[in-house]
Write a protein that binds this ligand. Structure first.
Ligand SMILES: Nc1ncnc2c1ncn2[C@@H]1O[C@H](COP(=O)(O)OP(=O)(O)OP(=O)(O)O)[C@@H](O)[C@H]1O
Ligand SMILES: [Mg+2]
Length: 509
């Protein structure tokens, strides 16, 4: 298969290329703060775009939107290009789509509760094992009864339902503790406060819309604004990106060996993904990284230290771009030694020493050759991007969003009938039945009183007996729980009128 090489940078007047086909073996960009990680990401992303490969990236610091506009040459850039045997700076922007979970700085990205699934949702909510079990029950009960879980109010309605019908559901689904339901409800509130409310709903993001090219064949760069999300809810940030990966995995066909990746995914602040992730989630990430390769998707993890990425994932990475690391403490020095050992050797280069000496925009680079063998590590200046370094002005961004082909499709929220609406309708129906039964009973009672007044002391059956007979038949004909409610109501006790309080039968049986 043909190799597709891309210029990453150079040294000593010579340019250096890496094999873009091998991006599906994943990569890492690491380095201390201010050493050039974001600019390297930008250079890689635009190179992929020009080769026709669509890109997805989360913009954590708000400094990636410049990809959409042409950069300007300056003497530093000219000088840098000279060091890598390149001349003639050509400023040019890339086709770019802007996305934002809450729709402020890009098209809203939404998914449904069902598509997110219980495992990721439990992680987003920080649930313990018992609470996670309850969440799984909600999904199962909804599934078994054809109830769509689209948004948070659907999930709330479902939680309320399983809680209020826990006894009836216990046989098929196991016990559901109301305390767990309460805890999940509270966590949902927190998640909504962190801005997740708008994220769950429709129209859900269609993965194919992240994988388009412009008319000239350039891959579109999708930039997700994550500036607020990362500080409000780092957990939701990482869960969202994981969800995206799993959607890609489920929706893309097997790609086999590819000449170029189908999509490249840049995961900035990657440590957020791994920090505090429960074991089940970590296993899922490792598995995802391993499997998604076969779908032609390449992932780049960007982090301050390569050791932020777990060994199982680190061991799989084909491309490594390491900017300078700082050696302030003995722990730092230990990290540097470990990182140096993880690089393929080069007799002409003392990797451990170089790591601390690299200048800004300079990196140790190792990739894979055509056969998948690591190439010797090189010390390189990274090529400056052709697009603008730094963010767009708000006006420029708004302009791009307003002309985007995705605007019409994603801008308006759709709220179609799902679990919440269906359960609410059923509850209202039952309420009406209860009211009707009570009204009929009142009428009969009035008739009986009238009859009694006109024919005193002639009836054989007592008043109590008639009432009992009615309650029994009501219970039989309407259903045991409504029947019980009527009995309670008739004896002066309150009828439960909650959303799901009087729902019987059908669901979950
Ligand atoms: N390859 C490069 N070509 C030209 N200039 C560069 C290059 N790399 C870095 N720079 C310069 O260094 C600055 C800092 O780089 P960058 O923002 O990429 O660092 P960073 O490692 O992402 O920092 P942080 O950890 O704070 O996000 C850039 O704004 C740019 O001026
Ligand atoms: Mg950065």
């Amino acid at each position: 298969m043909a190799e597709r090489m891309m210029v990453i940078g150079g040294a000593n007047g010579e340019r250096h290329e890496i094999n873009a086909s091998m991006a599906v073996r994943h990569g890492m960009i690491a380095g201390a703060t201010g050493t050039g990680k974001t600019v390297t990401l930008q250079t890689l992303a635009e190179s992929f775009s020009r080769m026709g490969v669509p890109v997805f990236m989360a913009d954590v610091k708000g400094d990636l939107s410049g990809l959409a506009e042409a950069g300007m040459e300056n003497p530093k850039i000219t000088d840098r290009l000279g060091h890598m045997g390149l001349s003639g700076f050509r400023g040019s922007g890339c086709p770019t789509l802007f996305w934002d979970l809450d729709g402020t700085k890009g098209h809203p990205v939404r998914t449904t509760i069902s598509e997110m699934g219980p495992l990721l949702l439990a992680s987003a909510l920080g649930l313990n094992e018992t609470q996670t079990g309850v969440l799984y029950t909600c999904f199962r009960v909804a599934d078994d009864n054809g109830l769509l879980l689209l948004d948070i109010k659907d999930l709330r309605a479902m939680l309320k339902y399983v809680s209020e019908n826990s006894k009836d559901l216990a046989e098929d689904y196991g016990l559901v503790s109301t305390a767990s339901v309460g805890a999940i409800g509270r966590q949902l509130l927190i998640l909504e406060d962190q801005g997740a409310g708008g994220f769950f709903g429709e129209p859900a993001l269609v993965i194919g819309d992240l994988m388009i090219r412009d008319f000239s064949g350039n891959g579109v760069i999708n930039i997700l604004d994550a500036t607020r999300l990362v500080s409000a809810s780092p957990r939701l940030y990482s869960i969202f990106l994981l969800w995206l990966l799993s959607e890609l995995f489920e929706n893309l066909p097997e790609a086999g060996e590819v000449e170029l990746p189908k999509l490249v995914f840049f995961f900035d602040e990657a440590h957020l993904l791994f920090d505090q992730a429960p074991k089940a989630l970590l296993e899922k990430i490792e598995q995802m990284a391993r499997l998604i390769r076969s779908k032609g998707v390449g992932i780049f993890f960007i982090s301050q230290s390569p050791l932020d990425v777990p060994d199982e994932v680190l061991g799989q990475l084909g491309m490594k771009i390491l900017h300078a690391l700082r050696a302030f403490t003995p722990k730092d020095r230990k990290t540097i030694r470990a990182v140096a050992e993880s690089f393929p050797g080069n007799p002409d280069l003392d990797v451990e020493e170089a790591i601390t000496q690299l200048g800004v925009g300079e990196a140790l680079v190792s990739s894979l050759d055509r056969s998948g063998k690591p190439t010797p590590v090189k010390r390189l200046l990274i090529k400056p991007p052709e697009s603008r370094m730094g963010p767009l002005e708000d006006k420029e961004r708004e302009e791009k969003i307003s002309h985007s082909p995705m605007k019409a499709k994603y801008e308006v929220l759709i709220d179609r009938e799902s679990a919440y609406e269906i359960l609410q309708k059923k509850a209202e129906e039952k309420d009406r039945m209860e009211e009707e039964a009570m009204r009929q009973e009142e009428e009969r009672e009035a008739e009986r009183k009238e009859e009694k007044a006109s024919k005193p002391a002639k009836q054989g059956r007592s008043r109590q007996g008639v009432g009992e007979a009615f309650f029994k038949s009501a219970a039989r004909s309407i259903g045991s729980q409504v029947g019980r409610s009527i009995v309670k109501a008739a004896f002066g006790k309150s009828i439960s009128r909650g959303l799901l309080g009087s729902i019987l039968g059908g669901l979950g049986r």
